[in-house]
Design a protein around this ligand. Structure first.
Ligand code: SAM
Length: 306
């Protein structure tokens, strides 16, 4: 499942809820979060109805509890792929991970925001062990159910955990951390990256696939045409430069970034989906990353860095 959203820099164009307002979970990621807004006294706030503007319905979200309950709700529908042919998209994303991070048979892999576990289940035969974590118990239930129906896969575990804490993961125990279509939904991105850095072994790498904040749909077309693009009001996209800087500041080295094809077809009318498909094809041939939709990054934790 991939969910589209507005870039960080376009908060002014985002559909914002008006009644339920709380302080962000932490101010440590102030440059990635909304400025705190004063709200009603505790207990008096009410949840606003979902946005009725064009585009996706934006659910008000202020903290981890809101994110968890949103994705629990998604899990209750089985969390189907929204943006195209599920198997083709799954294989495409796995090809990207393989070419960026080169999973090895000895690797212990951590999938952050694993959702229903489909990426980890597909990559399991290529690695030694895999752990999928997700903040949503509903998603973890889905992943465990899939695991149970794949009896030949015995090297995986799925646990409820917050990527920013990774309480269940020991320091320097992971060779490869992957995060696919989830980083954009995570609060406190600096804390998430610090946790990933902590659990990676030296020589380990982090591979992330996320929508690109510079995507022409998010940055220009959707705001101009009045389309809401965020599923959760707390969603935040990052640009290539911003993500690279965050990784560098965390201590990651050998940071590589590249575009990938991400067209949020499930979030837009069919005609716009067609337009975005044509633009993406042009972007691929003309090497215009802002037409591609996706941003992929791979970064290493090197001995002696940070
Ligand atoms: C759009 S889904 C993607 C799931 C999966 N990676 C995929 O591609 O199908 C995003 C997932 O990130 C999870 N998530 C969001 N914030 C998280 C956090 N702080 N820690 C762990 N998981 C988180 C959500 O619960 C959700 O399952």
């Amino acid at each position: 499942m991939q969910i589209g959203l507005l870039p960080l820099e376009q908060l002014s164009g985002a559909v914002m809820p008006t009644t339920k307002r709380r302080e962000p979970v932490s101010s440590s990621s102030a440059n990635l979060a909304l400025h705190p807004l004063r709200g009603p006294a505790p207990g008096t706030e009410r949840r606003t109805p979902r946005s009725r503007s064009r585009g996706v319905a934006t659910t008000p979200s202020y903290d981890t509890t809101d994110i968890r309950s949103f994705f629990d709700q998604c899990a209750s529908t089985g969390s189907p792929e929204q943006h195209g042919h599920p198997q083709r998209l799954l294989e495409y994303r796995l090809r990207l991970v393989r070419s960026l991070a080169r999973p090895r048979p000895t690797d212990v892999v951590l999938d952050l925001g694993c959702g229903n576990g489909h990426h980890l289940l597909a990559i399991a035969p290529e690695v030694a062990r895999g752990i999928g974590i997700d903040i949503s118990p509903g998603m973890i239930d889905l992943a465990r159910a899939r695991l149970q129906s794949s009896p030949c896969i015995t090297n995986l575990a799925f646990e409820v955990d917050d990527a920013k804490a990774l309480k269940g993961i020991a320091d320097q125990s992971i060779d490869l951390a992957i995060c696919i279509g989830a980083f954009e939904h995570m609060f406190e991105k600096r804390a998430v990256l610090a946790s990933i850095y902590r659990v990676l072994k030296f020589g380990g790498r982090f591979c992330c696939l996320t929508p690109d904040a510079d995507y022409v749909w998010y940055r220009t077309l959707a705001p101009r045409w009045g389309f809401a693009t965020k599923h959760l009001s707390s969603d935040r996209l990052v640009t290539r430069d911003h993500f690279s800087a965050l990784l560098d500041q965390t201590g990651f080295r050998r940071i590589r970034a590249a575009p990938w094809t991400f067209i949020p077809k499930g979030d837009v009318p069919a005609l716009i989906g067609l337009l975005l498909t044509v633009l993406e094809a042009i972007g691929r041939h003309a090497r215009l990353d802002s037409l591609r939709g996706g941003l992929s990054l791979c970064a290493w934790k090197e001995a002696g860095s940070a």
